[in-house]
Design a protein around this ligand. Structure first.
Ligand SMILES: Nc1nc2c(ncn2[C@@H]2O[C@H](COP(=O)(O)OP(=O)(O)OP(=O)(O)O)[C@@H](O)[C@H]2O)c(=O)[nH]1
Length: 750
């Protein structure tokens, strides 16, 4: 502090103090104020420090006491003390708490009581003029301090008013507040104009703020019970959440871990909108969470696309039912729930019978319509909470959880069969079809999704095998068959490489002469563990697995090789044609004719020495590809026989379209012709028809002389059957050929 200033202040204070102390009682107040504000003003102006103020006061009191013996310290203290206390009493608490006070307030309140407001205001006004011009009315802090010295020396309490210049501080604070206000304004502008919805929550999860976008998107205001309304309107299409939005908000507040929830609600205009809500914690300056923000962006378009994709991946577009994939997921859940609650559950496998015929005869679009109606009928046959899915093609699966009685299951299965047996009116077409239904039960038959469906599928196959249009429950026997089937299928892959197949030969004899006319090559599988396996068991597996192509090629190649060998030996008792059976599947690749001719030329086999036997099924399609392959084979000199005639559709119309060399009557007709005249009549008619169409007839499965006689009488040319010979290995067949001259001889030779 500048000493001159200090002296100046001290002198002035000393003068004021003297005037005050010597003045009569009535004027004490105004002089005391002058005195106080002189010092206070100096303080506020920063001209002296509080400690110096005390020093000045102390020095002034002492010098007055020294030079003016009439004024004893006790007197001085008493006069100074009381008015000051009275004057500043009203402001005491404000001073003690260092509250920023306003000059006008101070002046007005202070002086109103004494009626000297104007005088004091003028005096203080000079002092604080500077602040007023810069900062309006804020001046600084005022504080009451106890005069220690006075107290010690006089033993009485003496208080002083201290005022502190806060100009710089207030200016800085003012600037900061301006910046805060401006920044707040900016943020407010952002929040108010944001297209994203913004919600602010307190620690208890109460919404304390919602921006205009939210109100626009929902029609809700912050003071409404937003969480409950959102939870209620949420469609839950996107999120499979167990807890409400409000709970998620509270969790974020409690854990500090941000969360994302997609909510769907109804827009005030009526449509559904989806928002991805990011819930984040809000921290104060001490890094303590004081609430949460939920900021949501409109993701309706994205969610719609995702929904469509998910729907496409999980639902069958034709029937609208869940597809195989979704069935897997849902069944998984049902099995878990059945396990938890110890309930049985049924899987019902439904396959339409001969649906292919509908497609073939009426076209794919009628087939589609039938599938749609069939799906509706299956759906209507089960309970509302049961699941119905379309597995593929004409296959449906129903899942019946929480089964209480198996009787109900039989009834539901029967209902499905009956519903699908009702005629379908599809546009102008009235179509009848049936279905085979298989049922497997959890946990009795299986306890996993795949095995349950597999068991139901096997049961369905059993229902088909039992004549179709019916219901079958899965049994252990089916499991064993399926197990064996799988084992055979596995082994089949190695069988060809390991040379486990062999050809046996069965002779077809000329009925009149008893001379062997030709031989049919029949494939046998010598399984290393199971011994000889009949073709009935492995050919369907080979067809299913595609191995039939390699196996068929091997059979043809082997038959051609044998034929070449027999014909080359010269001494062979058999130098005639060998027939080879053909699976319709082999024709599917469209160039079987070329394969046959390649194989024959590779083996150096004359085409006339090989005949192929086909079944009716191949011709039913009336396919141009099949027709041209057959024509090419015949043109190359390879004879064609129609096998198993009478067992299939016997549509006969195809017989006109495909020219063939032989017609083979199925053994079932031959065997029944002795017992029933009607069967005999049918066989006779078949023979007449075949002859009319230019074909020779071979009767299969001839076992008795009576059958042979009836066939001879009917004009049948050739016979094949146990009466003459079973299929034989090559050597045995050649021995048989060497010894057999007539049917009677052959029978005797047997
Ligand atoms: N119209 C139509 N047909 C289909 C669809 N999907 C598969 N298919 C046909 O459905 C048929 C299913 O035939 P399968 O079940 O094998 O045989 P099926 O004729 O029903 O005979 P069985 O089941 O043995 O009684 C095949 O011909 C497929 O081409 C489809 O979406 N629409």
């Amino acid at each position: 502090m500048n000493q001159d200033v200090l002296r100046d202040i001290s002198e002035k204070y000393c003068g004021l103090l003297r005037a005050f102390l010597l003045s009569p009682e009535g004027n004490a107040a105004s002089e005391q104020l002058q005195l106080a504000h002189h010092l206070g003003g100096s303080l506020v102006m920063g001209r002296i420090a509080p400690a110096e103020l005390l020093g000045i006061h102390q020095a002034a009191v002492e010098s007055l006491a020294n030079c003016c013996p009439a004024l004893q310290l006790a007197q001085i203290g008493a006069r100074l003390n009381m008015p000051l206390v009275t004057m500043y009493q009203a402001y005491e608490s404000a001073f003690r708490e260092r509250i920023a006070v306003r000059y006008q307030d101070l002046a007005a309140s202070f002086f109103c009581a004494s009626g000297e407001q104007e005088l004091i205001a003028r005096q203080i006004g000079d002092v604080f003029n500077d602040f007023n011009t810069h900062l309006g009315s804020i001046i600084g802090f005022a504080e009451m301090v106890e005069d220690e010295l006075s107290r010690k020396s006089s033993g009485q309490q003496s208080l002083h008013l201290l005022m502190q210049n806060l100009t710089a501080l207030l200016k800085a604070e003012h600037a900061i507040q301006q910046r805060i206000r401006s920044s707040e304004r900016q943020f407010r502008t952002l929040v108010d104009n944001s297209p994203d919805v913004i919600l602010r929550y307190d620690m208890e999860g109460r919404c304390v703020f919602a921006n205009p976008a939210f109100t626009r998107e929902t029609g809700l205001m912050a003071d409404q019970d937003i969480n409950t309304i959102l939870d209620r309107s949420a469609n839950r299409r996107w999120d499979d959440e167990s807890c409400s939005f409000g709970e998620r908000v509270r969790q974020v507040a409690a854990t500090g871990v941000a969360d994302v929830v997609v909510l769907e609600w109804r827009h005030p205009q009526g449509h559904l909108v989806s928002h991805e809500m990011h819930i984040v914690p809000e921290y104060d300056a001490d890094e303590q969470i004081f609430g949460t923000l939920a900021i949501g962006r409109d993701v309706t378009r994205r969610k719609e696309v995702e929904f469509k994709l998910r729907h496409q991946a999980n639902y069958d577009p034709l029937s609208g039912l869940p597809n195989r994939r979704l069935l897997g997921d849902m069944l998984q859940r049902e099995v878990a729930s059945a396990k938890k609650h110890a309930y049985p559950l049924a899987v019902v496998f439904i396959d339409l019978d001969r649906f292919k015929d509908v497609n073939d005869s009426l076209g794919h679009s009628v087939g589609d319509q039938l599938l749609v109606v069939a799906a509706q009928r299956v759906r209507a046959s089960v309970r509302e909470h049961d699941l119905v899915a379309r597995l593929a093609g004409d296959e449906f699966v129903a899942v019946l959880p929480r089964l209480e009685a198996s009787a109900a299951l039989t009834r539901i299965g029967d209902d499905i069969v009956a519903a699908l047996a009702e005629p379908f009116q599809l546009g102008e077409h009235r179509v009848r079809i049936s279905a085979s239904v298989g049922i497997a039960i959890y946990p009795h038959d299986a306890d996993t999704v795949t095995t349950l469906i597999g068991c139901a599928d096997q049961a369905m196959f059993a229902a088909k095998g039992g004549g179709r249009n019916g219901l079958a429950f899965f049994t252990e026997d089916m499991r064993e068959k399926s197990f064996e089937r799988r084992r055979l299928l596995n082994d089949l892959y190695d069988a060809l490489q390991e040379g486990q197949f062999e050809l046996h030969f069965q002779p077809a004899l000329e009925l009149q002469s008893g001379v062997i006319h030709k031989a049919e090559a029949l494939v046998r599988w010598r399984h290393p563990a199971f011994g000889m396996i009949s073709p009935d068991r492995f050919i369907p597996l080979a067809e299913e697995s595609g191995l039939i192509f390699d196996l068929g090629r091997w059979i043809l190649q082997e038959a051609a090789r044998v034929s070449v060998r027999w014909n080359a030996q010269g001494t062979s008792p058999f130098r005639k044609q060998i027939s080879v059976n053909l699976s319709p599947v082999q024709f599917l690749n469209g160039h079987y004719d070329a394969i046959v001719m390649d194989q024959l030329s590779l083996q150096g086999c004359q085409p006339g020495l090989i005949a192929i036997e086909i079944t009716e099924g191949l011709l039913l399609d009336d396919s141009e590809a099949v027709r041209s392959q057959l024509n090419n084979l015949r043109a190359a000199g390879i004879q064609v026989a129609l096998d198993d005639f009478g067992t299939g559709y016997s549509a006969m119309s195809y017989l006109k379209k495909f020219s063939m060399d032989y017609l083979k009557i199925d053994r079932s007709f031959v065997q029944d012709m002795v017992d029933a005249d009607s069967n005999k009549a049918i066989v006779e008619a078949i023979i007449v028809m075949a002859h009319r169409l230019g074909m020779k007839v071979i009767a299969e499965g001839v076992e008795t002389m009576v059958q042979a006689q009836l066939l001879r009488d009917a004009g049948c040319e050739y016979v094949q059957g146990y009466l003459y010979s079973r299929p034989l290995p090559e050597d045995d067949f050649l021995n048989f050929a060497a010894s057999a001259h007539s049917p009677a001889d052959a029978a005797a030779a047997r």
